[in-house]
Design a binder for this molecule. Structure first.
Ligand SMILES: Cc1cc2nc3c(=O)[nH]c(=O)nc-3n(C[C@H](O)[C@H](O)[C@H](O)COP(=O)(O)OP(=O)(O)OC[C@H]3O[C@@H](n4cnc5c(N)ncnc54)[C@H](O)[C@@H]3O)c2cc1C
Length: 393
C-alpha cells in the first residue's frame, strides 16, 4: 500500500518532535516515525531525570562545528526564550541550576508529555517501533518503506540523532541517508565523554576514584573551569566532558588542579613561614589529602619543606598548576552524551536546514555537524533546528 503525507520525519527525539509540531501547525499532513517503543527516551533520562532543556546564555560560541556560524540563523529563529515560553504555557516549573542551565523542578517526563501533547494538537501521526527498510526519491517525492507499505512525502526530515547511547535507539540511519543522497559527512566521534588513560595515569585515577575538585582543563587555547572527577576508568566531570569535544587523539590536555592559587609562590612562602612543616601536610592545606599524598609520591618528595630546593618545589607546583597528560581515548558512545561531527553544514541551508543539493530533504538535531557545550545547549540546538525545518518542510 502507498500512503501519502506532506512531511515525513524519521526520529521522534527532541528535534523530530519539535519539527513535527511546527509542520503540523502549518496544516501539513505529518507522519513521525521512530523505531523505539519509548518516545523521547533521551529527554527522559537527561539531566539526571530533570532535563537541562536549555541555557539562558545560548549563543553561537557555545557550539562546535566546521562552520561555527551555521547555527546563528536557527538559534535566532527559535531562541531559548521561545522554548521557555512553551514550558511556561504548559505550567512546567523549572529553575536555573548554575551557569544559566535550566532544569525541570519535577521531572523530564513533563517535557516529553508536553511535546507529545503538542504533536496531538498539531494532528501529527506518530508511529512507533517501526523498522524502515528503505528510503529514496522517485520523481519529486521522497519515500520510506516500512514492511509492505510505502509512505511518500514532499519533504523528508531526518532527525535520527547521533551515535551515543546505542541501547536507547541510536543508529547510523541519518548518516546512511545522507550518504545515499551524496551529502558529505564530517567524521563522527564520541563527545561530552569521560577520557581514558594508559597505565601510569590510570593507576592514579583509580587510587583517587570518587574524588572531585574544581579544575581548569585546557586543550590548546580552549579551556573549561568546572568540576573534575577521578574515576576507576579515568577522568570525568563537567570540565573533562567539555574538553573531550575538542580533544584530538595523540594530543595532550593540561590541567590546573588548583586554579585559585599559584602553588610555587605559596610553597616558597610556606618554606619561609613554616620551614619544619612536612611537604605533604603543606599541600594538604590546599588540596584534598589523598591528592596531596599522591602528588608527593609521584614527584618523589617527602620530608620538611625547608629541605626541598626551589627547583623541586617548582617541579611540584608544575604538576599541580600545569599537569600535562595524554588521554589514550574516551569511554566511547556507550557513555558519550553526544556525537561530534555528522552531516556537513556546508550541505545544508542554515536558514531552513534543507539540503542544498536535494530540495525537500532536511537534516536536524544531533545528526548534523553541530555539537553544543554541556549545559542545555544540545537540546536548544534540537529545538531550534527542529523549529526551522518545521517552517519550511
Ligand atoms: C544521558 C544523556 C543525557 C543528556 N542530557 C542532556 C541535557 O541535560 N541537556 C542537553 O542539552 N542535552 C543533553 N543530552 C544530549 C541530548 O539528549 C541530544 O543532543 C538530543 O537528544 C539530540 O536530539 P535529536 O532529536 O537530534 O536526537 P535524539 O534525541 O537522539 O532522537 C533521535 C531519535 O531517532 C530515533 N531513531 C534512531 N535511529 C532510527 C531509525 N533507524 N529509525 C527510526 N528512528 C530512529 C531514536 O529512537 C530517537 O528517538 C544528553 C544525552 C544523553 C545521552
Amino acid at each position: 500500500m502507498t500512503i501519502k503525507y506532506d512531511v515525513i520525519i524519521v526520529g521522534a527525539g527532541a528535534a523530530g518532535l519539535m519539527s513535527a509540531i511546527e509542520a503540523g501547525k502549518r496544516g501539513r499532513k505529518v507522519l513521525l516515525a521512530d523505531h523505539s517503543l519509548k518516545i523521547g527516551e533521551k529527554i527522559r533520562i537527561s539531566g539526571g531525570g530533570r532535563c537541562n532543556f536549555t541555557n539562558i546564555n545560548t549563543h553561537s560560541s557555545k557550539f562546535i562545528s566546521k562552520n561555527p556560524k551555521f547555527v546563528i540563523s536557527a538559534l535566532s529563529q527559535y531562541t531559548q526564550n521561545d522554548f521557555i515560553s512553551l514550558i511556561k504555557k504548559h505550567n512546567i516549573k523549572f529553575h536555573e541550576k548554575k551557569l544559566g542551565q535550566l532544569f525541570c523542578d519535577e521531572s523530564a517526563q513533563q517535557i516529553v508529555d508536553m511535546l507529545l501533547l503538542e504533536c496531538q494538537m498539531s494532528n501529527v501521526t506518530l508511529i512507533k517501533e517501526v523498522i524502515i527498510t528503505d528510503t529514496g526519491k522517485v520523481d519529486d517525492q521522497y519515500f520510506i518503506t516500512i514492511g509492505n507499505d510505502k509512505y511518500t512525502c514532499d519533504s523528508l526530515i531526518v532527525a535520527t540523532g547521533g551515535l551515543s547511547v546505542p541501547k536507547i535507539g541510536a543508529s547510523e540511519f541519518g548518516y546512511d541517508v545522507a550518504k545515499k543522497f551524496n551529502l558529505n559527512i564530517i567524521e563522527t566521534l564520541p563527545a561530552l565523554v569521560p577520557l581514558t588513560f594508559s597505565e601510569k595515569i590510570l593507576a592514579i585515577c583509580k587510587e583517587l576514584s570518587g574524588l572531585s575538585l574544581e579544575a581548569v582543563v585546557f586543550f590548546n587555547k580552549t579551556f573549561f573551569q568546572e568540576g573534575m572527577l577521578f574515576t576507576h576508568r579515568g577522568l570525568s566531570g563537567p570540565s573533562i566532558l567539555q574538553i573531550s569535544s575538542y580533544w584530538q587523539l595523540g594530543d595532550a590536555i593540561k590541567i590546573n588542579l588548583s586554579p585559585k592559587l599559584d602553588i610555587f609562590k605559596f610553597l616558597k612562602n610556606e618554606k619561609k613561614l613554616h620551614p619544619k612543616h612536612a611537604i605533604s601536610n603543606v599541600l594538604s592545606e590546599i588540596l584534598p589529602k589523598r591528592l596531596a599524598f599522591i602528588i608527593c609520591n609521584e614527584n618523589k618528595v617527602n620530608g620538611n619543606i625547608s629541605e626541598l630546593p626551589n627547583k623541586l618545589l617548582n617541579q611540584l607546583s608544575d604538576s599541580i598548576n600545569n599537569w600535562v597528560i595524554y588521554p589514550i581515548g574516551s569511554e566511547g558512545y556507550r557513555t558519550a552524551e553526544v556525537t561530534r561531527g555528522g552531516v556537513d553544514t556546508n550541505e545544508l541551508s542554515s536558514k531552513t536546514m534543507m539540503s542544498k543539493k536535494n530540495p525537500g530533504l532536511f537534516f536536524i538535531g544531533e545528526v548534523v555537524d553541530v555539537t553544543g557545550h554541556l549545559g542545555g545547549y544540545n537540546f536548544q540546538w534540537a529545538w531550534s533546528s527542529g523549529f526551522v525545518a518545521g517552517q519550511y518542510a
